[in-house]
Ligand binder design. Structure first.
Ligand SMILES: Nc1nc2c(c(=O)[nH]1)N[C@H]1C(S)=C(S)[C@@H](COP(=O)(O)OP(=O)(O)OC[C@H]3O[C@@H](n4cnc5c(=O)[nH]c(N)nc54)[C@H](O)[C@@H]3O)O[C@H]1N2
Ligand SMILES: Nc1nc2c(c(=O)[nH]1)N[C@H]1C(S)=C(S)[C@@H](COP(=O)(O)OP(=O)(O)OC[C@H]3O[C@@H](n4cnc5c(=O)[nH]c(N)nc54)[C@H](O)[C@@H]3O)O[C@H]1N2
Ligand SMILES: [Mo]
Length: 630
C-alpha cells in the first residue's frame, strides 16, 4: 500500500466516524519513548487537528504516581531535582522499589563511587536484587507495605530526635499532622505489617539519623500500586523531616523509566496536560498555549480520561471508536490483558505507528512504519531534567516516515496543513515558545545550543540563561514557597491473599530485555540470555509445591492465568513470586494483573496480585512460557 493510500484510509475512516459521533470519537495513545518533538506534536494534533479530548500515554503506567506526589510535595515534577553526579557525594543513599543494577546500569557508577568514599546504601525491595546485593543494608518487606515502613522509620527518627527542626519550621508545612500520625507506627506494629524485623528497622533509622547527606530515590516498585502516590509521599516526608532536600548531595527524587520518560511527560501527551507541564484545567495555562497555537482557548478540549478509562470507554457513548497508537505495545504492557484485548476489539479503527510489528500492531487495521530512534534527529529530556540531543546516525529504510512526518501528513489530510511541522527543529522552536512561562520552561533552549553540545537543565527561561541543575536551594515552587508534608496512613492493599490465592505475585524487569521486548527479542545475544518467561520462587515454596527448576506451574490470579517454567531462587521471600513483564503471547504477566488503579495518579497496580500456584505436567518444548510473539 502506498503512503497516499494509507493516509486516505486513515483520513476517510476518521472523517466517517466524526461525522456520526463527533470529534471525541478519535483518540491517540503515545509513549515515553517518543522524542520531545513527537510528544508535543501528538498532543497538539489531538487537541487542535482532531479536536478530541481523548489522549493519554504509557507514562500513565510508569511515572504517574511519581509525578503526582512530587507536585504535591515540592510543587514541581522533575524526576531528580539535582544532577546525578550528586549521588556520588551522598553519605547515604536510600533506594525504595528500584533495581538500577538491572534497569539503569549506568547509574551504578555513581553508587560505586559513593561506596568507595565510605557511603552507605540501603535498598528496600521484596526481592534480593543485584542492587540489593550491592547494598550495605537490604530491607525485604512484604509487597505493598511501604507506607507503613516509611511511617515506621519516621517514628524511630522522631524518637532519636534526629529531625531537622530548623528546616521543618522554615521550609515546610504540614509537619504536625505527620508527627501525630506516625505515633501509630511503633516498631513492633511495623514489623507485623511489613515483615521487616525491629532490629533491621532500628539499623536503618540509625544510618539515616547519622547521615550528613542523604539521597532518597523511589521507582516503580512502590509507585505502580493502588497506593503508589501515598507511598512516594510517605518517603518524601522522611527526606523533608531530616532536612535532606535542596543541598548538594541531599535530595529526594523518583527514577524515570523510559528513554524520554521525563520529556515525554512534560509536553502534552498526558490526558490533563499542555506543553511546558501546564494544566489543561487552568484557564491561564489554556490561554497561554492557545495563543501560541493561534486558536481561541475555548477551542481547546477539556482534560480527557486517563489510560484505563480511555480503553474502558471504547465503543461506548462518548468514548472513542478510533485509536491511533504512537510508541506503545499496550496489548502486552497494559494491566488485565483480557480487558485490554476486549476493549481494543470494540474499536472500529486501530492504527499503530511502530518500528516493529508488535503484538498491538498485529491487531491493527493499519500499521504505519516509523523510523527507529537512530534514524532521525530529535531531543530527549533525561531524569535530571537535562535536555539531550539525539542526532541521526543512519538513514531510514525507504518509505519509512518519522512520527512527525506522519502527524504532519495526517493533519494536512484532515484539513489543517499548517498545524504540525514535519521538521524537528521547527517543532522544537514552537515547543519552546509554548512552554515559555510554564513549570517546565524550555524557552531558552534551541537546536543551536544543543548542536553546540550544551546539555542544559530546565527551567531555562531565556537564551542567555544557563539552566537550573539543582532546584529547591532556597525555595520551593509552591504558592507559599514551602514544601508540603502529607500525612498518609498505611492502607492494606486491595489485592489480599486468602486461602484461594495464598501468594503474592510481583512483576518487573530483567537486565536482558527492554519493556515488551519488541527490540531486545530481535537481538540474538539478548534473546538467548532470556529466551522465555518464567516464574521465580523461593526454594522453600518450591519444596512445598514439590516443583524443581524447569517444571511448570499454573499461576492463577483473580483475573487470569499463565503457565510458566519454574526458576528457583533464594532471592525472593517464600510468600512472593516474581514474573517478568517483557514477554508477549500467552506468557504475558499482565494476564494476571488486576487493572485496579491508584485513586489519584490512576497508575495501575502492576506490583501486586494475589495468586495461587499449581504444578502442571508439560514437556519443556510445550511450555507456553516460550516467547510466542513479539
Ligand atoms: N533492563 C531493563 N531496564 C529498564 C527497563 C526494562 O524494561 N528493562 N524499563 C525502563 C523503564 S520504562 C522503567 S519504568 C524502569 C523501571 O525501573 P525499576 O523501578 O528499577 O524496575 P522494576 O523491575 O519495575 O521494579 C523495581 C523493583 O521493585 C520491586 N518491588 C516490587 N514490589 C515492591 C514493593 O511492594 N515494595 C518495594 N519497595 N519494592 C517492590 C521489584 O522487586 C523490583 O526489583 O526501568 C527502565 N530500565
Ligand atoms: N506487569 C507489568 N506491566 C508493566 C510494567 C511492569 O513493571 N509490570 N511496567 C510499565 C511501564 S513502567 C511501562 S513504561 C510500560 C511500557 O509499555 P509499552 O510502552 O507498551 O512498552 P514498549 O515495549 O516500550 O512499547 C513501545 C512501542 O513503541 C515502539 N517505539 C519505540 N520508539 C518509538 C518511536 O519513537 N515512535 C513510535 N511510533 N514507536 C516507537 C516500540 O517498538 C514498541 O513497540 O509497561 C508497563 N507495564
Ligand atoms: Mo516505565
Amino acid at each position: 500500500m502506498a503512503w497516499s493510500e494509507a493516509l486516505e484510509f486513515v483520513g476517510a475512516g476518521i472523517e466517517r466516524l466524526v461525522a456520526t459521533h463527533g470529534r471525541d470519537v478519535v483518540g491517540t495513545f503515545g509513549g515515553g519513548g517518543l522524542t520531545n518533538e513527537a510528544a508535543y506534536a501528538l498532543g497538539k494534533f489531538t487537541r487542535v487537528v482532531l479536536g478530541s479530548r481523548h489522549i493519554d500515554y504509557n507514562g500513565r503506567f510508569c511515572m504517574a504516581s511519581a509525578a503526582t506526589a512530587l507536585q504535591q510535595t515540592f510543587g514541581i515534577d522533575r524526576g531528580l531535582p539535582f544532577p546525578l553526579e550528586d549521588l556520588a557525594g551522598a553519605e547515604v543513599v536510600l533506594l525504595v522499589g528500584a533495581n538500577p543494577a538491572e534497569t539503569m546500569p549506568p547509574l551504578m557508577q555513581y553508587l560505586d563511587r559513593q561506596k568507595a568514599r565510605g557511603g552507605s546504601l540501603i535498598v528496600v525491595d521484596p526481592r534480593r536484587t543485584p542492587t540489593a546485593d550491592a547494598a550495605t543494608l537490604h530491607l525485604q518487606p512484604t509487597p505493598g507495605t511501604d507506607v507503613a515502613l516509611a511511617n515506621g522509620l519516621l517514628y524511630l527518627l522522631l524518637r532519636r530526635s534526629a529531625l531537622d527542626r530548623a528546616f521543618i519550621d522554615a521550609r515546610t508545612t504540614g509537619f504536625e499532622a505527620v508527627r501525630r500520625l506516625v505515633q501509630q507506627y511503633w516498631p513492633d506494629r511495623v514489623e507485623r505489617i511489613t515483615g521487616v524485623s525491629v532490629a533491621a528497622l532500628e539499623r536503618a533509622a540509625e544510618v539515616l539519623a547519622q547521615a550528613k547527606t542523604l539521597i532518597l530515590l523511589t521507582a516503580r516498585g512502590i509507585e505502580q500500586s493502588t497506593h503508589g502516590v501515598e507511598a512516594v509521599l510517605a518517603f518524601a516526608n522522611v527526606s523533608l523531616a531530616l532536612g535532606q532536600v535542596g543541598r548538594a548531595s541531599a535530595g529526594f527524587g523518583c527514577l524515570t523509566g523510559q528513554g524520554n520518560g521525563q520529556g515525554g511527560r512534560e509536553h502534552g501527551q498526558k490526558a490533563d496536560q499542555l506543553p511546558g507541564y501546564r494544566k489543561l484545567s487552568d484557564p491561564d495555562h489554556r490561554a497561554a498555549v492557545a495563543r501560541v497555537w493561534g486558536i481561541s482557548a475555548d477551542a481547546l478540549p477539556p482534560p480527557g480520561p486517563p489510560a484505563l478509562d480511555l480503553f474502558e470507554g471504547i465503543g461506548t457513548a462518548g468514548g472513542v471508536r478510533a485509536l491511533l497508537v504512537f510508541g506503545s505495545n499496550l496489548v502486552v504492557s497494559a494491566p488485565n490483558a483480557q480487558r485490554t484485548l476486549a476493549a481494543l476489539g470494540r474499536l472500529e479503527l486501530l492504527v499503530v505507528c511502530d518500528a516493529f510489528l508488535s503484538d498491538t500492531a498485529k491487531l491493527a487495521d493499519l500499521v504505519l512504519p516509523v523510523c527507529h530512534f537512530s534514524e532521525h534527529e530529535g531531543s530527549l529530556t533525561n531524569l535530571e531534567g537535562r535536555l539531550l540531543w539525539r542526532r541521526q546516525v543512519a538513514p531510514p529504510p525507504p518509505d519509512v516516515r518519522t512520527d512527525l512526518e506522519i502527524l504532519a501528513l495526517l493533519a494536512a489530510r484532515l484539513g489543517s496543513p499548517n498545524a504540525i511541522s514535519r521538521d524537528p527543529e521547527e517543532t522544537f522552536a514552537e515547543l519552546a515558545r509554548a512552554s515559555s512561562g510554564g513549570p517546565a520552561d524550555y524557552a531558552g533552549f534551541d537546536y543551536g545550543r544543543l548542536r553546540a553540545g550544551q546539555e542544559l537543565f530546565w527551567p531555562c527561561p531565556s537564551a542567555d540563561h544557563a539552566g537550573t541543575p539543582r532546584l529547591f536551594a532556597e525555595t520551593f515552587p509552591t504558592p507559599d514557597g514551602r514544601a508540603r508534608f502529607s500525612a498518609v496512613e498505611y492502607r492494606e492493599s486491595s489485592e489480599r491473599t486468602d486461602e484461594a490465592f495464598p501468594y503474592f505475585l510481583t512483576t518487573g524487569r530483567l537486565l536482558a530485555h527492554y519493556q515488551t521486548a519488541t527490540q531486545t527479542s530481535r537481538v540474538p545475544t539478548l534473546a538467548r540470555a532470556e529466551p522465555v518467561s518464567f516464574v521465580a520462587l523461593h526454594p522453600v515454596l518450591a519444596a512445598t509445591l514439590k516443583v524443581h527448576d524447569g517444571d511448570f506451574l499454573r499461576v492463577r490470579s483473580r483475573y487470569g492465568e499463565v503457565v510458566l517454567p519454574v526458576r528457583i531462587t533464594a532471592t525472593l521471600r517464600p510468600d512472593t513470586v516474581f514474573v517478568p513483564f517483557h514477554f508477549g503471547g500467552p506468557a504475558r504477566a499482565n494476564l494476571l494483573t488486576s487493572g485496579l488503579v491508584d485513586p489519584v495518579s490512576k497508575i495501575p497496580e502492576f506490583k501486586l496480585a494475589a495468586v495461587n500456584l499449581e504444578p502442571v505436567r508439560l514437556s519443556p518444548d510445550q511450555g507456553p512460557g516460550r516467547r510466542a510473539t513479539s
